[in-house]
Design a protein around this ligand. Sequence first.
Ligand SMILES: [Cu+2]
Length: 74
Amino acid sequence: MAEKKVTLIIEGMHCSHCASAIAEALKRLKGVKGADVLFTTGKAKVSYDPDLVKVDDMAKAIESLGYEVKGIRE
Ligand SMILES: [Cu+2]
């Protein structure tokens, strides 16, 4: 089973509740194994199976909550 890591740069998080909402949304995606979201840095570090989920799906999940994805670092 493949595992990759990606860091998403997110704009619009104001507190730890924002970060947990994003982490929950990411973890609901099939194929996401772990999501560490920190509002202080504005980053989400995600480990995932690239056969099951795409980075684009993660960005869409984040944006559907009203936050903006400003960058992606593979
Ligand atoms: Cu918040």
